[in-house]
Write a protein that binds this ligand. Structure first.
Ligand code: UDP
Ligand code: UDP
Length: 461
């Protein structure tokens, strides 16, 4: 874009986990390419190996991006999830940001921080006195729920859901169970953070206007929450070959090269979802039953640093491994894969996904139909969007949240057949791909939104 934004200086503060770090780095790369000076604040130490590797590749590829380490105080939470402990540690360390940010040169034009850090970072951002934004790392649909939730939370105990003003009825069955739990920590965070949205200068989203048009309109016209600040759709955040998936083309890509066009179902539940062993074995059974070729990423632990403990044999059992070997139609890996290149590979014809929003946007960008298997958090709201509005996927509502019930191999096999034989999903996914690329191309909606935003930042200096 223009050189007019050349003196804009943006600070970015991501939160824990690849689902939060990846969109921040993609945004950092985009801003940097648009001539903004970028400072990336990196909470240390990171939780996973995947995060530290991605950061190191990023700073090699973008040496002109300024890195500021935020050395975290330990978390005081008793919640055992390592990613949650990290959210908590970043929240508790946020007072350390003020001296780091106020001494930056050139002075900041704007500050973008993760949605999970709203309450503690807001006073720091306000004190520094620059326009500040959260990057909401999920869908506009999830954001409409998040922003409206405190208004309607109390009414939920005696009804099946609520109407989001300007949008439609949202069934309780789609809402994140962690947020419905009255005593839960997520509920507390939603109730504490969401009302503070009104104090922000805006909200950035990895989506695009043509994709979630109705929701974005309702948000920006103030139907969902009156006086909500502007919501800027800047996506899809483009996977970035300069720092993602560097190094040798691994075994999965070499294997895909040997497979026919559109023949492979790719199975991956994101960066941090580890299923129980018995569910993993049913997936193996389902994949074999489907009769399709498959590339399956198995995760035995939430955090990759612990993954070495459990081999594929230990997770899958010898019986299913033997079946897979005999059929010779699938590749199973238990390692970090380059999802960007996999979804971009012509052999891939479908994606079994937990519907983490980054995965959904990547599938949209590469035009791959989804079999949604939402497991927690925002994932059902995202899956519902993919099916009802995006129109490029299916999901089975009776499969339950993570661990609620064992989904049998027969069911999985049938659902995969349904996905892989549905030509209309392929057509729809191709249309979504064209629209996604148009949005970020010259004159596209997201490109224009980004341009307007950087112009505003420049003016406010
Ligand atoms: N991812 C990847 N390789 C893996 C697992 C995940 O590249 O083996 C990437 C994926 O492409 C996406 C991110 O990690 O960009 C996961 O984010 P998402 O929002 O889909 O799910 P989460 O991990 O937050 O549950
Ligand atoms: N969440 C939030 N505030 C927090 C922590 C989480 O709003 O401090 C949101 C989070 O983004 C997600 C839901 O709560 O929508 C469940 O959190 P989880 O850690 O499972 O989400 P993820 O990191 O996979 O996006």
């Amino acid at each position: 874009m223009s050189s007019s934004s050349s003196c804009v200086h943006v600070a970015l503060l991501p939160s824990a986990g690849m689902g939060h770090l990846t969109p921040f780095l993609r945004l950092a790369a985009t801003l940097s390419r648009h001539n903004c000076h970028v400072t990336l604040i990196t909470p240390q130490p990171t939780v996973s190996n995947a995060e530290s590797k991605l950061l190191s590749n990023f700073f090699t590829a973008f040496p002109h991006v300024n890195q500021l380490n935020l050395h975290l105080l330990p978390s005081s939470s008793s919640n055992g999830d390592p990613f949650f402990l990290q959210f908590d540690a970043i929240r508790r360390s946020s007072h350390l940001l003020h001296p780091l940010l106020s001494s930056l040169s050139p002075p900041l034009s704007s500050f973008v921080y993760d949605m999970t850090l709203t309450s503690p970072v807001l006073p720091v951002a306000t004190a520094i006195g620059v326009p500040h934004y959260i990057l909401f790392t999920s869908s506009a649909s999830m954001f409409s729920f998040y922003s409206f939730f405190p208004t309607a939370a109390e009414s939920l105990s005696d009804c099946d859901g609520f109407d989001i003003p300007g949008l439609s009825f949202l069934s309780k069955s789609l809402m994140p169970p962690q947020v419905l739990d009255r005593e839960g920590v997520f509920r507390r965070l939603f109730m504490e953070d969401s009302p503070k949205l009104l104090k922000l200068h805006g909200v950035l989203l990895n989506t695009f206007e043509e994709f979630e048009s109705k929701t974005l309109k309702a948000l920006n016209l103030g139907y969902v929450v009156k006086d909500l600040p502007p919501v800027h759709a800047l996506g899809p955040f483009v996977p970035c070959y300069e720092f993602e998936g560097l190094g040798e083309r691994g075994e999965p890509l070499k294997w895909l090269d040997e497979q026919p066009h559109g023949s492979v179902i790719y199975v991956c539940f994101g960066s941090r979802t580890a299923l129980e062993g018995k569910q993993i074995r049913e997936i193996g059974d389902g994949l074999v039953r489907s009769g399709f070729r498959f590339l399956w990423v198995v995760k035995g632990n939430k955090v990759d640093k612990e993954d070495e403990e459990n081999g594929l044999k230990g997770l899958l059992g010898t019986e299913i491994l033997e079946k897979i070997r005999k059929e010779n139609k699938g590749l199973v890996v238990k390692e970090w894969v380059d999802q960007r290149q996999i979804l971009d590979h012509s052999a891939v014809g479908g994606f079994v996904s937990h519907c983490g929003w980054n995965s959904v946007m990547e599938a949209a960008f590469y035009g791959v139909p989804i079999l949604g298997w939402p497991l927690l958090g925002d994932q059902r709201i995202n899956a519902e969007f993919v099916v009802s509005n995006g129109g490029f996927g299916i999901w089975k509502k009776d499969w339950g949240w993570e661990g609620e019930r064992l989904v049998r191999g027969e069911e999985i096999g049938e659902a995969i057949k349904e996905l892989m034989s549905n030509e209309s999903l392929v057509t729809k996914a191709k249309e979504v791909k064209v629209a996604a690329r148009k949005a970020i191309g010259i004159g596209g909606s997201s490109e224009i939104n980004l341009q307007k935003l950087t112009e505003e930042w420049k003016k406010s200096q």
